[in-house]
Design a protein around this ligand. Structure first.
Ligand code: NAD
Length: 487
């Protein structure tokens, strides 16, 4: 454990001020296993203060024009972009992700989230109909909801938090945000820029702490009418229960068990590198990561040989080394859970072709206590196995063979989740047919993770409730009224 004097100590951000907390939680650097930061262990009291500050700021913020709010969001985007490298270094250290991923994905996307909603808020229109026979016009009007509660996970910390803050405040709401207790640093850094960007005090409040204490206090607060949550399905179930007495509006973006379906007419030269990325990017800690790869029997052996050979080339090590492809997993508990899935698969008779327990991992001296794991490919695994049914959320993927289109659709759909899927084929008719029948909120064909933020994002089944995106987030973060005028 590091010298406590050297620790970074975060404070809550309430009503435009940094406020210390009476107790703190240790936060670990996943690549060294050392405590390096202390995060406020907030509870009801801190959430209450943050909600009060957000309520006080609401009248002024909600009465600003979309253009005024848009200009402030753009300014905030510029300020984060100006400090991109510092944010990327902090995200990599806090989360374990590679510096390259933080530099090229997390922080640029956080910047873009603000720019995107700064623009989209200017272009919404409302509806109007006329009933000439009775002399009436009807129109809709959208107003902000109030204080929005925003709860985000640890895998893409600033990326996902800003994906909620940006639309919420663009629509005129004020917010109380609670990032994951394991990855709070970049949210705290963002708070330091809010005043300079022109965000009035109390519009964005950030309360740090655990889900059980701070998160639940937010979910149960009677003056927070709306919760946007990204995280696990289990937590979402609890949030639904706890918020039910208040009839809160919920947006829930949850876990996945995403299939890749590779037909024998797929272009493997394109498919293999993308499927490696979709399996192992960000240590496999992306809700959209592929973890079940179905390969048509004619190309199964060739795919497996090439895929495993390429997976072995992925470099695992110090996340701040720009040549590293796989950084550290988020925590000791998490890596143990991920490893336990590999052991269970082996106990069931599956074969581990590369990675965990098969290949050795040489780590730099400073990273020996970090939470590292090699990209792991499992085969000869049954569809009913927990490795094919449950979200592992690590660098582990299963590869199995299939024969027909009908069969693979059924097998791909035979899990409780329905977030993202990829389909690889050069037959246009087939990709449309399969995409229509997959139970997935997102289907990528011959690509992965290509996103247009205008379009809906979200999952089916246990992967979520609701959608986010330009129009969907606007609808979620506003209340619609229908007004009728008789002339
Ligand atoms: P988690 O559910 O444990 O925690 C998510 C957030 O909820 C954290 O801030 C946590 O402190 C808080 N929380 C926990 N218990 C709470 C409670 N009782 N009340 C209120 N808040 C509570 O999830 P995680 O482990 O941080 O993240 C990983 C999960 O997130 C995976 O399942 C992953 O698939 C999912 N995820 C989904 C998406 C998506 O867009 N669908 C994106 C990223 C991650």
């Amino acid at each position: 454990m590091a010298d406590s004097k050297a620790l970074l100590v975060l404070e809550n951000f309430i009503g435009g001020k940094f406020v210390p907390c009476s107790s703190y939680i240790d936060s670990y650097n996943p690549s060294t296993g050392d405590v390096y930061c202390r995060v406020p262990d907030s509870g009801k009291e801190e959430v209450e203060a943050a909600v009060k500050a957000a309520q006080a700021a609401f009248p002024i913020w909600s009465s600003k024009s979309p253009l005024e709010r848009s200009q402030i969001l753009n300014k905030l985007a510029d300020l984060i972009e100006h400090d991109l490298e510092a944010f990327a270094q902090a995200e990599s250290k806090d989360q374990g992700k590679t510096i390259m991923f933080a530099r090229t994905v997390d922080i640029p996307r956080a910047v873009y989230n603000f720019r995107f909603f700064a623009s989209s808020i200017l272009h919404h229109t409302t509806e109007c109909t006329e009933m000439a026979t009775v002399g009436c016009v009807h129109y809709t009007s959208r107003i902000p909801v109030g204080v929005a509660g925003l709860i985000s996970p640890w895998n893409l910390p600033l990326y996902l938090l800003t994906w909620k803050i940006a639309p919420a405040i663009a629509c005129g709401n004020t917010v109380v945000a609670k990032p994951s207790e394991m990855t709070s640093v970049t949210a705290w850094m963002m708070c330091r820029l809010l005043e300079k960007a022109g965000v009035p005090h109390g519009v964005v409040n950030v309360v740090f702490g655990t889900g059980a204490k701070a998160g639940e206090a937010l979910v149960c607060h009677p003056d927070v009418p709306l919760i946007s949550f990204t995280g696990s399905t289990l937590t979402a179930q609890r949030i639904m229960e706890k918020s039910a007495p208040h009839c809160k509006r919920l947006s829930l973006e949850l876990g996945g068990k995403n299939p890749a379906i590779i037909f024998d007419d797929a272009d493997l030269t394109q498919c293999i590198p993308v499927t490696l990325r979709s399996s192992f990017a960000n240590q496999g800690e992306i809700c959209l990561c592929t973890s079940r790869i179905f390969v048509q029997r004619g190309i199964y052996s060739e795919f497996l040989k090439r895929f495993v050979a390429e997976a072995k080339k992925w470099k695992v090590g110090n996340p701040s080394d720009p040549t590293v492809d796989v950084g550290a997993l988020i925590s000791k508990e998490h890596i143990e859970k991920v490893r336990s899935y590999v052991k269970k698969a082996q106990a069931e008779g599956a074969r581990v072709l590369c990675g965990e327990g098969v290949d050795s991992l040489a780590l730099p001296t400073g990273n020996q206590k970090g939470y590292f794991m090699l990209p792991t490919v499992i085969t000869e695994v049954k569809d009913e196995s927990c490795c094919m049914q449950e979200e592992i959320f690590g660098p582990v993927t299963c590869v199995v063979a299939f024969d027909t289109e009908e069969e693979v659709i059924k097998r791909a759909n035979s899990v409780k989740y329905g977030l993202g899927a990829t389909v690889w084929s050069s037959n246009v008719g087939r990709v449309h047919r399969v995409a229509q029948r997959l139970q997935s909120g997102l289907v990528w064909t011959n690509c992965w993770l290509v996103r247009d933020l205008n379009l809906p994002f979200g999952g089916m089944k246990a992967s979520g409730v609701g959608r986010e995106g330009a129009k969907d987030s606007y609808e979620f973060f506003t209340e619609v009224k229908t007004i009728t005028i008789k002339h």
